[in-house]
Design a protein around this ligand. Sequence first.
Ligand code: NDP
Length: 478
Amino acid sequence: MSQEIGVTGLAVMGANLARNLARHGCRVVVHNRTRARTDALLAAHGDEGEFVATGSVHEFVAALQRPRRVVVMVQAGAPTDAVVEELMAVLEAGDVLVDGGNARYTDTIRRTAACAEKGVHFVGAGISGGEEGALLGPSIMPGGSAEAYALVGPLLESIAAVVDGTPCCTHVDGDGAGHFVKMVHNGIEYADMQLIAEAYDLLRLRLGMSPAEIGEVFAGWNEGDLDSYLIEITAEVLRHVDADTGRPFVDVVLDQAEQKGTGRWTVQSALDLGVPVSGIAEAVFARALSGHAEQRAAARGVLPGPAAPPEPVGDRDGFVEAVRQALYASKVVAYAQGFDQIAAGAQAHGWNVDRAALATIWRGGCIIRARFLDRIRQAFTDDPGLTTLLVHPYFRDAVAQCQEGWRTVVVEAVRAGVPAPGFASALAYYDGLRAERLPAALVQGLRDLFGAHTYRRVDREGSFHTLWSEDRSERPVG
Ligand code: NDP
């Protein structure tokens, strides 16, 4: 008998995932709250494989053989809870429920525990690649137990993107772990896009290049170390001309970036974990700033910029290369920070997450797919306990080679009054990491003076407090 699976939620993602499964020889039982979507899927694509259309949740579950495998692809949040609750009334011990939506990982942990009470396996699976990925091969990050993965893993691997013969799907071992790494993946995606936007802005404002010309530059960069899906589509968007006005497309789009929430969740989680993901945070805040239309209108033309108009950039080719270097180095920092957050999350929750395996499955199918993920895979394979990607010899040297251009670009942006929070904060992070001493020592001193918070010393073990208001001598605490 062929493999079998149920898919409920047949909007763009669910429908395309169902088609992908059917095209791979799977018998796909489909269901959607509104029956019309199910009928539309069958009418348009019913000939692509074996579909079984069902109307009610009972009918849907009854059409599947035990242990049943069900993929839920509905809106994250309350709708997912509603669907899981409905299904749980009918599913039985040993069945597997896969949530392929963009759930918050803490919700996934909660749902996993609730389903386990009835013996139903719950797998929170991060799925990246958008609608095209869902149809042609996404990158899939299924969490949950090894037992659950054994039941659904091979099917998911069969529909994932493939790079160098390896499917872009790996078990991310632990309840909620799949959605956690998908969340960080999205956070990295935010950072990547912000850095690309800054590169574009600097080339436009400092060199006076047109969007189409900048598109050519990005197309060229896509031939080298920066080769990635996001760089490729940046070239496409920048070259695109608005059909109605004949103007560059990017000039007719309102400059207010929206967000659905995964970037914000990433930063919130990073704050809880104490991991400095400054690249992702700057990207989330840059989108937030762009959306504050009223404040921007109040400040535009009122807040002065640099006193003298900036000197034109003399060496055009040199500046383009410097921007490329800033982009590459800042991107490495953003990825390093994202992988740090994954390691910290895994440690905090007791998950077993293999960073090399993640880099491997992000090489294809997903939005951040990039040539340099192969280098990241190699780095974590060389040293699974790597403290930070930045100290791996390959990235240490690659970033070092970009350092001069990176610094030039940040200085130029500051001098000319062009906002480049991603480039600047990445550089500050890099300099903070490599610093011999940080002014954190002064912060500790201040904390001790106003709040008796104590400090540790460079020359002795223990915790110390200075009696600031009396003789100012140091006294050991405890
Ligand atoms: P939407 O997020 O737009 O969700 C629409 C689907 O949810 C429809 O099938 C709808 O049913 C169903 N639904 C909503 N509320 C309920 C409810 N209370 N009870 C039952 N069903 C309900 O669909 P997408 O296909 O865009 O995304 C599906 C999931 O995949 C989401 O969690 C999304 O975040 C995630 N995702 C999306 C990506 C994308 O590129 N779009 C990429 C990766 C993940 P009905 O037809 O009856 O309204």
